[in-house]
Design a protein around this ligand. Structure first.
Ligand SMILES: N[C@@H](CCSC[C@H]1O[C@@H](n2cnc3c(=O)[nH]cnc32)[C@H](O)[C@@H]1O)C(=O)O
Ligand SMILES: [Zn+2]
Length: 428
């Protein structure tokens, strides 16, 4: 079905940061035309759904550049503790109990939350990632997926699973990357192997990098250089590389990230909640590093709401640097859309432009928290919340509209999640 969104406020996120008032005609999943008063032919009118947009903002769908969708089932399972205790004493043991089926329903839950908050694509690293891929296929959202890799007796199994994921699920909506978890859970040999495989498969890598002081201190003790330099030496930066966190990076590290075109994902809520501190995002941007925004998992945030993440991302940097004009609303919105798409080597989404994919979020402008509206971009970043999302459209398919998800059976999902919760409460 084609779509004509009439007379909306259009935040393009294009190079000129244009905000227009007009129509968007979506045909065969692409943005066919953006103009005022688009007239459709008789034939086009026969197959088009018209959305009255005079009280709507149309913007590029949000891209959650770092999460673990299959981990959504562990929301509120372990809070208020530092990363290593959280990860090694709570999360990893609990993950031993998660079955494929649990990861599938957990992924549906995360995708439901993301669709309802205007997110049209997410970058993910988890295990049983084929279940997340299945949920992505079923729901119609887009994703860059990786099967998390670590060094232990299952190292090769995880690499084989990554290759299977690549062969079985790569498509227009799904890209598969290699996902070495971090430099503290992967041997140097594995990092080198992954760098070679990524080149061989002509794909990218995503990794948790310089997230905590522990990670960096242990790295200097073991290798006598920083985590960034380890990754660079292993060859991970010789392909598309998405580095989540980059909190403890020094000027030399930032120079390397910039020179090697590594994209950083800024996860402010996770960094704060796990007590990891503040990524030097302003400095990275000044040095030319491409920065996107992520929520991390629902177990270290604890939501997947990119509208909130954008708000926090902007305020945090302004406060730390005491520069109220940095990371302004337009910049933040681009970090959560086009910057993220570019980070994954995807150049046909993230901007509302003719010829681009119709990955669009529509937000209501008449809700009290969105009034008045002198600046729609400011209202999106500093005022909006998921209740303002009217519709989420991916490749021209309406996946969520006016409170209803069209590709997820919400009641059945709630029942499944409740029964998994009951099981995990007893067994972990
Ligand atoms: N542990 C998996 C391989 C890694 S999957 C990705 C991993 O990242 C973990 N994770 C989630 N959030 C974070 C974070 O903020 N920092 C580091 N790891 C995280 C998550 O719990 C999951 O175990 C296995 O044994 O097969
Ligand atoms: Zn993570």
């Amino acid at each position: 079905m084609d779509i004509l969104i009439k007379n909306a406020t259009i935040i393009t996120c294009n190079a000129q940061n244009e905000v227009l008032k007009g129509d968007i005609f979506i045909k065969s999943g692409k943005i066919a035309r953006i103009a005022e008063n688009i007239e459709l032919s008789i034939y086009e009118q026969a197959t088009v759904k018209v959305i009255e947009g005079k009280d709507l903002i149309a913007m590029p769908g949000l891209i959650n550049a770092h999460t673990h969708c299959g981990q959504t089932i562990l929301r509120s399972f372990a809070d208020d503790m530092p990363l290593y205790e959280w990860l090694f004493e709570k999360i990893f043991p609990a993950e031993e109990k998660l079955t494929k089926e649990m990861i599938y329903f957990s992924s549906l839950l995360g995708i439901a939350e993301m669709l309802k908050s205007g997110t049209t694509m997410f970058f993910d690293m988890y295990f049983h990632e084929d279940m997340t891929a299945k949920a992505v296929q079923q729901t119609g959202i887009k994703a860059v997926l990786s099967r998390g890799l670590q060094t232990d007796e299952k190292e090769d199994v995880r690499l084989d699973e990554t290759k299977e994921l690549f062969y079985n699920y790569s498509s227009d909506r799904i890209k598969v990357f290699f996902g070495p978890h971090s430099i503290y859970t992967c041997s140097y040999n594995l990092l080198e192997k992954v760098a070679q495989l990524a080149q061989e498969f002509k794909t990218g890598v995503m990794i948790h990098l310089s997230e905590s002081e522990n990670e960096v201190n242990e790295c200097y003790e073991k290798y006598n250089i920083s985590p960034v330099k380890i990754c660079s030496q292993a060859g991970l930066f010789d392909t598309i590389c998405i580095a989540a966190h980059c909190v403890y990076v020094d000027d030399e590290d930032i120079e390397i990230l910039s020179e090697k075109n590594v994209s950083c994902v800024y996860n402010p809520t996770s960094n704060l909640k796990l007590g990891n501190g503040f990524a030097p995002v302003h400095n990275m941007i000044k040095s030319g590093v491409n920065v996107a925004i992520g929520t991390d998992s629902a177990a270290s945030n604890n939501n997947l709401n990119m509208l909130e993440e954008m708000h926090i991302a902007s305020l945090l940097e302004k406060g730390i640097y005491r520069l109220p004009d940095i990371l302004n609303a337009q910049q933040i919105l681009k970090m959560a859309t086009t910057n993220a798409a570019m980070a994954a080597g995807i150049y046909n989404t993230g901007i509302l432009q003719e010829g681009f994919c119709a990955d669009i979020a529509l937000l209501k402008t008449k809700d009290f928290n969105m009034l008045p509206c002198y600046n729609p971009v400011s209202n999106i970043v500093y005022s909006s919340n998921p209740s303002n999302v009217y519709a989420t459209i991916v490749d021209g398919q309406i996946l969520y509209m006016d409170g209803k998800l069209f590709t997820i059976d919400e009641e059945a999902l709630v029942r499944e999640i409740k029964s998994i919760e009951k099981f995990l409460k007893k067994s972990v």
